[in-house]
Design a protein around this ligand. Sequence first.
Ligand code: M6R
Length: 613
Amino acid sequence: MCGIVGYTGPREAAAILLGGLRRLEYRGYDSAGLATVEGGRLHLRKRMGRVSELEDLLARRPARGGCGISHTRWATHGPATDANAHPHAGGRAGMVGLAVVHNGVIENHARLRAELMAEGFPFASETDSEVIAHLIARALETTHDLLEAVVTILPRLEGTYGLAVCSASHPGLIVGARMGSPLVIGVGDGEHLLASDAAAVAPHTKRVVYLEDGEVASLTPAGLDLAHRERGPVAPRIDRIDWHPDQAELGGNPHYMIKEIREQPTTVVDACRGRLSRRDATACLGGLNLSPRALRRARRIVLVGCGTSWHAALVGEYLIERIAHLPVEVEYAGEFRYRNAPLDDRTLVFILSQSGETADALGALREAKRRGHPTLAIVNTVGSTIAREATGGIYLHAGQEVGVASTKAFAAQVAVLTLLALYLGRLRHLSFSDGLAIVEALESAPGLIEEALKVEPIVERAAEQVATARTALFLGRDLLHPVALEGALKLTEISYIPAHGYPTAEMKHGPIALVDPQTPCVFLSARSPLYSKTLSSIEEVRARGGHVITIGTDGDRVLPALSDTFLPIPDAPEVILPLLAVIPLQLLAYHVALKLGRDIDKPRNLAKSVTVE
Ligand code: M6R
């Protein structure tokens, strides 16, 4: 989704801004632009399309200066065009002197636009964001102080914003403000950066300050001032980024998605590091900030997320109910935040989010918090808004996930939910030996995922036919039901082949109508008490001439005989089957998209982190 990068310091801003925008490309965008201040002049350059197109424009029309702001836009109000790209200039006709970049949505933009147009402010775009630039320009006419002008107009904005402003009349100064859309300051030596994602500042400095809602920052090369717009000055709290930007390099892989699929053995090691206790046959989850007594009191768990995080939560439902015997409900964050879901004081609410910035997930967390519930986060991005606002939680430690299609974060979420189920189970009835079996299963998972990844050449061949399909079905039971849903989402989002995931038993209640020789039906069926029931469902598809792909345990003699393609995964304890069964599905989506020539790491219309509702 939209990205912001700003820089003020002794170096040429444009090169640093372009580098920062490149680091944010993974978030998804459709236009890019920047503005720099050189002496008393403002240079504005913007282009629909990729950052490389902005770079070409800058090669022809350079924008010099040591202070500037930049943006990648993911269209909401108005299509992707040069005019709608940010930055937006503010000022009366012929008097443009400042530029604004904005993430978020200004809900009252139409009213503000009408008011500004009536006063003679010219509008060049269809965006909601342009009103901010003109509001600041109008305030500047009386205040003559950029920071004061920004603070003056903020109460007029209804909605969400993370914004950055620079002005020809204030060389070297960047003003940033946050309400509902993340901003982070990079603190360098004699220079400062401002970005919507720490990934953009990480190559320049490890010292960062995360802005909270309502805060306004003013940055010069030498100074950083922070204030809450109502409560006054705030002492900046400097955090350290604990990951290296090189972690986000491709390392010889053609795409981030395949790199991240292949990283999953390490992902699970990192998610479990220091959290498994053989001595007590349990998990150690200190960050929950709830006493064992408080956790034992819980009578119900609600897991909330979107997309892949929601699928991981569904795996969590099966695991927690099975291992800890606690009722679990899984909620879509976008529904939960507005639904009057009954919660009592013995319900624990967990918000799952890779990015920690998803607007719906954040809204759900705030709703649970508003009702007085402790809110627990299962989040990957350290320092993200959800991580900071939750009362406790568990970090995934998966490292930066760049591919828009979430893969290794799913593995980390499932591993962490298994730890949670184990911990809650051992606080209740789960025996030492049953707990130890889960500890051992998790310890064996990284090696088994490594084994599972060896299926790639077979998947590549299967992808040939799937790539020609108009639709596909993914079916699984029990713990593999959410994995089937995840397989369908992966294929849909990066190959654009509409795929549907169902519990296998649901097939005969409707989806079977899709079965024909051109429709791949992907069945997940490792050894489990429901194995024979899945065999019957496969027979039903075969009887109708369907194309059958199965994922099952290596050494299975029955499934290969019933399948057009059999994709083996290693034999493993049931609790870690989701971590293994998802591997062929992620690889299948990847190879189908590759064959179709899709933009794998940046699929159309999608954003890595969905920071608007
Ligand atoms: O960062 P989050 O986990 O909150 O993101 C939730 C979804 O937007 C995300 O999982 C999305 O569905 C992915 N593109 C799936 O691959």
